[in-house]
Design a binder for this molecule. Structure first.
Ligand code: 7TS
Length: 420
């Protein structure tokens, strides 16, 4: 197991991929009589033993509420939880852990910004710039806040099947009226990798605040919020080997300080009277109630794990597997592939002839291959692409070329099955 290497990162060489794979219990099972091929990583990743063990250890030994007790277990829980926050800050190169807010996931992180920064700062006529490739969780919160504030939504278009942001149209939509530009780092449907630093720089020129949806990138490549230059960054723990129900909102301290709280309750106050209250300092102002203590500790273990493997190495692996899958799949007659031909992340969306995406996924499951089919919470993008849904294979560092080869064979079986 590579858990030990997490602490000794600088002293040991990165573990072999076989050793990494051995750390994920869920990968070693048969499904419908076939060895599982788990290609649904964009939805959620599997969990390695050190993360499972961190949760187990917390609940067995340290379980107590945080920031309240003076007793030993509460101190341990608080140390674990706040230590996890430091780990996150270090993982994304935040200026300090006070800039790290724990949430339930990307969705909640974006809703937090929309409901606090958005409601406090947007007024009628202001513009919110999004892109046509956003996940519903980076669309709907802004639709809600636009309805509340009178701000207007504007979209940066995507170029057809290639699925790149149309940067030639950026000047036309990134006007001085834009107060917020929120966009995804990596598209969960197209596999496009967007030029975050360039987009942020362009946004800054018109004075727009930027929010990066890093749901598909945070655990896949090194993310440095200060190098990217953005104002907010959101991601989910469960997509990067951490527990479900965990996520992060990172924001620049001066913005977070100026934002009103979102949810009220315990822990987010410094004092409460019958008619008014005063808010706690960062990051507690945005964390009302008992947080997901075990989840945060598990997420920190996931980050240790990813860094022991090496995020540069994970990213190279992701890209190689994405390119290999794309090229192998492109050889199938009657397949339609979505997203960029080169430079893609580790996922491929496709349609086989006129077989419905759900049928592809259902038959693939009979062969032990876990895919996702549907609109992937990208309905407007699907409409733009002229399809109702796609099937999608999404990879992570524990997936192999041999699995891709087997998956392509299964796609051939599916074509035979449907007689196409
Ligand atoms: N943003 C992007 C780009 C995503 O891919 C997802 C989840 C989210 C936001 C929301 O994350 P959550 O953890 O808050 O739910 N994407 C997917 C997917 O592609 N398949 O299932 C969930």
């Amino acid at each position: 197991m590579i858990a030990e290497t997490a602490q000794l990162k600088s002293k040991v060489s990165a573990p072999a991929w076989d050793a990494v794979r051995a750390d994920f219990p869920a990968l070693h099972q048969t499904v419908n009589g076939h060895p599982l091929i788990y290609f649904d990583n964009a939805a959620t990743s599997q969990k390695p033993l050190p993360v499972i063990e961190a949760l187990d250890r917390y609940y067995r030994q340290d379980n107590a509420n945080v920031h309240r007790g003076i007793h030993e277990l509460s101190n341990r829980a608080t140390t674990g939880y706040e230590g996890a926050r430091e780990r996150v800050a270090n993982f994304i190169h935040a200026a300090g852990s006070q800039e790290v807010i724990f949430t339930r996931g990307t969705t909640e992180s974006i809703n937090l910004v929309a409901n606090t920064w958005g409601v406090a700062n947007l007024k009628p006529g202001d513009r919110i710039l999004l892109t046509e490739m956003e996940h519903h969780s980076n669309l709907v919160p802004w639709q809600l806040v636009a309805a509340k504030t009178g701000a207007k939504l504007v979209y940066l278009p995507v170029t057809g099947d290639e699925g790149l942001l149309n940067l030639r149209q950026l000047d036309a939509v990134l006007t001085p009226g834009v107060k917020l530009f929120a966009f995804t780092h990596i598209s969960n449907t197209l596999g496009t990798v967007n030029p975050v630093a360039e987009l942020v720089e362009r946004a800054r020129k018109v004075g727009a605040v930027t929010l990066v949806d890093a749901a598909q990138s945070a655990g896949h490549l090194p993310v440095d919020v200060r190098a990217l230059g953005c104002d907010f960054l959101a991601f989910s723990g469960h997509k990067i080997c951490g527990p479900t129900g965990t996520g992060v909102l990172w924001g620049r301290q001066e913005l977070l300080d100026a934002m009103p709280p979102w949810q009220g309750g315990g822990d987010m106050i410094s004092s409460v009277d019958f008619f008014e209250s005063h808010w706690n300092t960062l990051p507690h102002k945005f964390e009302a109630g008992t947080p997901h203590i075990a989840g945060a500790i598990g997420l920190a273990a996931a980050m240790d794990y990813l860094d022991a493997v090496g995020r540069d190495r994970i990213w190279r692996h992701d890209q190689e597997l994405g390119a290999y899958a794309y090229e192998s799949m492109a050889r199938l007659k009657g397949i339609r592939l979505f997203g960029p031909k080169v430079g893609r992340a580790g996922l491929v969306s496709f349609l086989l002839d006129d077989v419905h995406a759900h049928d592809v996924v259902t038959v693939a499951d009979q062969f032990g291959v876990a895919l996702r089919g549907g609109h992937h919470c990208n309905q407007p993008l699907m409409r733009k692409l002229g399809v109702a849904s796609t099937a999608r294979a999404s990879f992570y560092f524990y997936n192999t070329r041999a699995e891709v080869d087997r998956f392509v064979e299964v796609l051939r079986e599916i074509q035979r099955f449907f007689g196409v």
